[in-house]
Write a protein that binds this ligand. Structure first.
Ligand SMILES: O=C(O)CCC(=O)C(=O)O
Ligand SMILES: [Fe+2]
Length: 543
């Protein structure tokens, strides 16, 4: 599953660069082999001339006949092995082998990329023709789709029983075919698939019309005639008279399936991803920024905090990871990137799922000083315990890569999820943005309707659990599919254990912080320098 990460795609480009070299080597070897074969052929024809000159003598004499047969066998063996000694296999496998840096894409990768593209189309409401013209919003790409490309996308949808997109893309393939001087796709295939998808949408008359067209185009088509009869029979069963079957044909009405349209969370997720959900001025007016200075180290190097929303509190730590640190972390993660997994809520085991498409890797503090440094910084940012936190997780999202709405914490009924860690539930999440995709890839909160667009070098933070310990359902969130650009993030999931004094318990779910590090005893940083009461009163004067 190459399509799950951009990092792998970049490696694929590297591999691509090696292909001409490899081809040249192969051609050279083949040329040598052909020279040898040519020599053999010349020797052979010389021998032939001789036996013709000898005439019947060679055959009627038993000794000669024996020698002739023997020679033929051995001569031929040599020729045969030279002919078969084509080294293509070795060269091909060196490109397609898993161990050649990166796996070469397969048909599955192509359909995965196609499905990713369809997800983008739905989420960002992209027009099929625009997309096929290589246009995404204002960005005009360098490439356009041929009829065949559209056909392949439609076929990927068809294989997923997604007839809504099958119709959309087969129609586009058909339109493009009409404009192509040298047709890239097969109109008969398009018509057959399109007809079947329309039948699945209960548009039988239109399916019949297209199949009639197919039959007219090629009366010898292996299935056209049978399909016509099949569609006619189905129409008959619906009570349509034969004389009516080809009249008042309904137009193609391609609506997104109700299963999607009726899903309010999905609809909200997509609207948030498009950043279309307005936030009230009243809510915005309560937000503010402050310098976090409540730790001795931070008095000299305060952290800039931007409160993004309250209830649940979500903040953005500004400029908390440098470009160099990001680059180091990416390099450390690249060789380890593997398709992201999720906890199976029943077994607690890690499994892959279509609702989370990205590649991820875990980095341990001892692997590099940068990782250790970042972990220490998270302590300063959040005031929470790092000993019991999970290792740093690095994620890289590819075409259409996303993570559907979910909770980071385990719900009550999922008690197994973090059992093996023995550190309790995920009390809070830190999400570093290590790149800035130019379109899409936001982090959205579906219950409280907030969108946060990634800003490189910043880290988003929120508490998943109430101070009282229960999971906060308002933290439900998702990663929007990346539309244009690359999305790299790092996650740090902080656990309950060890935070008993760092984040003291509350009694009710309404007991909550107003800002990060709020112990309920100091003034709010909006009104006062954010100095910890534990630092002593005269600290401010000393700096
Ligand atoms: O990448 C994002 O924006 C969010 C990722 C996320 O929610 C997760 O990995 O749990
Ligand atoms: Fe998450």
């Amino acid at each position: 599953d190459l399509f799950t990460s951009i990092a792998d795609m970049q490696q694929l480009l590297e591999t691509e660069r090696n292909i001409p070299k490899l081809l040249d080597k192969y051609i050279h070897e083949e040329e040598e082999r052909l020279v040898q074969l040519k020599k053999l052929s010349e020797e052979y024809s010389k021998k032939n001339e001789q036996s013709i000159a000898n005439g019947m003598n060679d055959i009627v004499n038993p000794i000669n006949a024996f020698l002739l047969i023997k020679r033929k066998i051995f001569d031929w063996k040599e020729i045969e092995s030279k002919m078969n000694a084509n080294k293509a296999g070795i060269h091909v496998s060196s490109i397609t082998d898993d161990n050649y840096g990166v796996r070469y894409p397969t048909a599955d990768d192509l359909s995965g990329a196609a499905i990713g593209l369809l997800r983008l189309q739905d989420t960002y409401r992209l027009d099929t023709k625009d997309l096929a013209d290589g246009k995404i919003y204002q960005d005009q790409g360098n490439y356009t789709f041929s009829a065949k490309d559209c056909f392949e996308i439609a076929r990927a949808a068809y294989n997923e029983h997604d007839f809504y997109h099958t119709v959309m893309w087969m129609e586009e393939a058909k339109r493009r075919m009409d404009d192509e001087e040298e047709p890239t796709a097969d109109m008969e295939d398009i018509l057959e698939y399109l007809a079947f998808a329309l039948y699945k949408q209960n548009n039988l008359k239109h399916a019949l019309k297209l199949t009639d067209e197919l039959y007219k185009m090629n009366p010898a088509h292996p299935r056209a005639k049978g399909n016509i009869k099949w569609y006619e029979d189905l129409l008959e069963q619906e009570g349509v008279r034969r004389s009516e079957m080809r009249k008042s044909i309904p137009p193609i009405q391609n609506r997104r399936p109700d299963s999607v349209l009726g899903n309010t969370e999905r609809t909200m997720y997509e609207a948030l991803c498009r950043n279309e959900v307005p936030v009230s001025q009243k809510d915005i007016s309560k937000l503010y920024c402050y310098y976090k200075r409540d730790r001795p180290f931070l008095i000299y190097a305060p952290i800039k905090v931007e409160i993004k929303r309250f209830n649940p509190l979500a903040v953005l730590f500004k400029d908390v990871i440098s470009d160099e640190e990001v680059a180091t972390i990416q390099e450390l993660a690249k060789p380890k990137l593997a398709r992201a997994t999720v906890h199976d809520s029943v077994t607690g085991k890690l499994v892959t799922a279509t609702y989370r498409i990205s590649k991820s890797a875990w980095l341990k503090a001892w692997e590099h000083e940068v990782v250790e440094r970042v972990n220490k910084r998270i302590d300063l940012m959040t005031n929470l315990e790092m000993e019991t936190a999970e290792e740093l997780q690095i994620a890289n999202y590819g075409i259409g890569g996303h993570y559907d709405p979910h909770f980071d914490h385990a719900k009550k009924e999922e008690s197994k999820s973090f059992e093996s860690l023995g550190t309790g539930n995920r009390i809070a999440t830190v999400l570093f943005y290590m790149s800035q995709p130019s379109h899409g890839g936001g982090t959205v909160f579906t219950e409280v309707k907030s969108t946060v667009l990634p800003t490189k070098n910043d880290a988003l933070f929120w508490y998943n659990l109430y101070k009282q310990g229960d999971g906060n359902p308002d933290t439900r969130h998702a990663a929007c599919p990346v539309l244009v650009g690359i999305k790299w993030v790092s996650n740090k999931w902080i656990h309950e254990k060890g935070n008993e004094f760092r984040r003291p318990c509350g009694l009710k779910s309404s007991d909550k912080e107003r800002f990060v590090g709020d112990l309920g005893i100091g003034p709010e940083p909006r009104d006062a320098p954010n100095l910890s009461p534990n630092l002593g009163k005269d600290v401010w004067e000393t700096i």
